[in-house]
Design a protein around this ligand. Structure first.
Ligand SMILES: CC(=O)N[C@H]1[C@@H](OP(=O)(O)OP(=O)(O)OC[C@H]2O[C@@H](n3ccc(=O)[nH]c3=O)[C@H](O)[C@@H]2O)O[C@H](CO)[C@@H](O)[C@@H]1O
Ligand SMILES: C=C(OP(=O)(O)O)C(=O)O
Length: 418
């Protein structure tokens, strides 16, 4: 079993380049099958979720070429299967996008219920409600979601909750429906906009992505496209937090500062220096971190995917901070791990009360999920002594070359076999 061995106490310094956004890439790859043509996708992150999606595309019969991890050419003309079943779709969340994409193109899909991080109940009722509103019959049997329609007809859809996955999945299917679909109470995350831009580059007619009402005029055909995925907002935020936690000085390239406003604002409130440029950002850490309160919210609010790494900073901040997790009901599993390292945190339901301590001490901990993994790595970087992080399967699903990138900034992290 592989683990990360981290020798703490090094300040991160230097320059780092952010990769393509996981949560955009994992929707754009399935979206490529909406056309009976060839798509070339660039700026893909080097992560296991992308590798799994490539395998699913191959299982469906697509021809896929990938000379470098960041570029994939997908020939969707050869697809001859509408079923994505078994361990691959179950190993990740985003496999559910094959439902919307296959339904849009072939009006039929069968996809195993997805997996993904264990951060709370992760229903797909809003996805199903959307497909049904477009005229599909959806059933779930033996862990497989079946969706089928004679034809898809555009419809108004009001989401009961702001859901990234449902918004994107409905956009995928509705792109190839007859007539107009409106999604109200839509998610506004940068990856929702990126997927809409990709679909439009393939000939879809989508307006309003990035606002809470998206209007999709269905088209009969979509064509191939060349597209570059946006930089990863969450990876960028993770390095911002790591730089601030280690009191380092890190220049982060290939970011969209607008996407980082909520995290920038919180870091500034904590006394960290953040310099913003056109497509880069510099973090200059300070000796003392001030306490702040955090409430996770849909974009443009503070992203839930950065709540866990942020908890680590607050665990060594001056005073008491309160973190409220309003998206997922079980995203504090990392707290018990942080406590092993000396953090003083009390969780009450969806709230964590964090009493800042002077220092963390290295310990053996595990990544309970993807962003908890990043949190443990940051904790290891600032802890006194050695930290051993296990359960790397989660980190590898969504962080591109985490230890290599951290080490290029002066961290001391080794992947070891235990
Ligand atoms: C692959 C991907 O992009 N994953 C992200 C996506 O997950 P995902 O798309 O799964 O998250 P959603 O935005 O759908 O979920 C938000 C909330 O809506 C609820 N809900 C969702 C769908 C549904 O049909 N019914 C329902 O009740 C969920 O339980 C949750 O409380 O957005 C989350 C919120 O920003 C992020 O944490 C994940 O990193
Ligand atoms: C929760 C996440 O991922 P997923 O939805 O793929 O489980 C995440 O990216 O933080």
């Amino acid at each position: 079993m592989e683990k990360l061995l981290i020798k703490g106490g090094k300040k991160l310094k230097g320059k780092i380049r952010i990769g393509g956004a996981k949560n955009a890439a994992v929707a754009i790859l399935p979206a490529a099958i909406l056309s009976n043509d060839i798509c070339c996708i660039d700026n893909l992150p080097n992560i296991n979720d992308v590798r799994q999606l490539k395998n699913i595309l191959l299982d469906l019969g697509a021809e896929v070429k990938q000379d470098h991890y960041s570029k994939m050419k997908i020939d969707a003309t050869t697809i001859n299967n509408v079923e994505a079943l078994g361990e691959r779709p179950r190993s990740m969340r985003a496999s559910y996008y094959f439902l919307g994409a296959l339904l849009g193109r072939f009006k039929k899909a069968a996809v195993s219920l997805p997996g993904g991080c264990n951060i709370g109940v992760r229903p797909i009722d809003q996805h199903i409600k959307g497909f049904e509103a477009l005229g599909a019959k959806v059933t779930i049997e033996h862990g497989i979601v079946y969706a089928e329609a004679d034809q898809l007809i555009g419809a108004p859809i009001f989401l009961d909750v702001v859901s990234v996955g449902a918004t994107i999945n409905i956009m995928l299917a509705a792109s190839r429906a007859k007539g107009i679909t409106t999604i109200e109470n839509a998610a506004k995350e940068p990856h929702v906009v990126d997927v809409a831009n990709f679909l439009n580059s393939m000939g879809a007619d989508i307006k309003g992505a990035g606002t809470d009402v998206i209007r999709i005029k269905g088209v009969d055909q979509m064509h191939g496209s060349e597209y570059s995925v946006i930089p990863d907002q969450i990876e960028a935020g993770t390095y911002m937090l790591a730089a601030a936690a280690t009191k380092g000085n890190v220049f982060i390239e290939n970011v969209i500062p607008k996407h980082l406003e909520s995290i920038t604002a919180k870091l500034e409130e904590m006394g960290v220096q953040v310099e913003k440029y056109d497509d880069s950002i510099r973090i200059v850490g300070k000796d003392h971190l001030k306490r702040v309160n955090i409430k996770t919210q849909p974009y443009p609010g503070f992203p839930t995917d950065l709540q866990q790494p942020m908890t680590v900073l607050l665990s060594i901040a001056d005073g008491t901070s309160i973190v409220t997790e309003s998206i997922w009901e079980n995203r504090f599993l990392h707290v018990d791990e942080l406590k092993r390292m000396g953090a003083n945190i009390k969780v009450e339901g969806r709230t964590a009360i964090i009493y800042g301590v002077k220092k963390l001490l290295g310990a053996e901990v595990k990544a309970t999920d993807l962003r908890a993994g990043a949190a443990m790595v940051i904790a290891g970087l600032i802890a006194e002594g050695e930290t051993l992080v296990g359960n790397l399967i989660h980190i590898d699903r969504g962080y591109e070359e985490l230890e290599e990138k951290m080490n290029s900034l002066g961290a001391d992290i080794r992947r070891i076999e235990v």
